[in-house]
Every structure is written in C-alpha cells, then in structure tokens.
Design a protein around this ligand. Sequence first.
Ligand code: FES
Length: 137
Amino acid sequence: MQTITRKEFIEQVGVGAAVLFIAACAGSCKKNSSSSSAPTNVNFTTDVSTGPLAANGGYLIQNGVIVARTSAGAFIAVSATCTHQGGTLSFSSSDTFNCPLHGAQFNTSGVVTRGPASTNLQTYHTSLSGNSLHVYS
Ligand code: FES
C-alpha cells in the first residue's frame, strides 16, 4: 500500500474538484449566454393579415424568434429563448416578454426588466410590406 503526504493528498483532491467544477459548469454556463442560444442569420417572412399577429398584443414563435405585435401595433422580434436558463418566452398584452420558468421579464427592446436573467435578449429587424412582415438579423 502506498502512502501519500498531506500535501500530495490536498493537491490531488484539489485537481479533482477543479475538474469536476469545470465539467459541471461547461453544461450549465452555456445556458446563461444569449449568444449561444439566440438564432443567427435570421431571415423569414410571415403573413400578419391572419393568425396571432393580426391583432395588437398577439405573438408567434418561428425559427427560435418570438415576433410580437405591441399594444400600439408595432412589430418587434427578439430571441424566444430566455437568457437565464433557456425557458421559452411568451408575450403579454402589457408589452413584456415573460419567462415561465423563473419569472424573468424583458421589455420591447429585449432589455431585462426583472431577473433572474441578467443578459438582454438578441433583437432582430422587422420590415412590413403590405401584409408581409420580414424578420431578419
Ligand atoms: S429560464 Fe427564464 S427566468 Fe430562468
């Protein structure tokens, strides 16, 4: 049987704990980054004459993007994924994006207005031509 000194034991346990911590963080830390979960190269159109976008306060989720029509009738688009831990957002008639998992809230510019999320949402451009809404990066 091999014996080790206290110093060697602490060094080995310390290295093992560091490896475990890094492995655990590698999975969960990614969820806090909006850049890793927000869609890129967004480019699609949707008809706003029918469906949820036909009325103020309506919204839909397409290609990982939540497209909403505000209470004033403006079209806005942000990532549909909460920057806290990846919950799928909804849009409310009070013009806020809400996460059902832990209650985070974002305004129409994608800015965090209530935690626990601390990172703003990725926003996308919108352009209306007739009844066709173009959503793009
Ligand atoms: S995942 Fe959205 S608040 Fe936690």
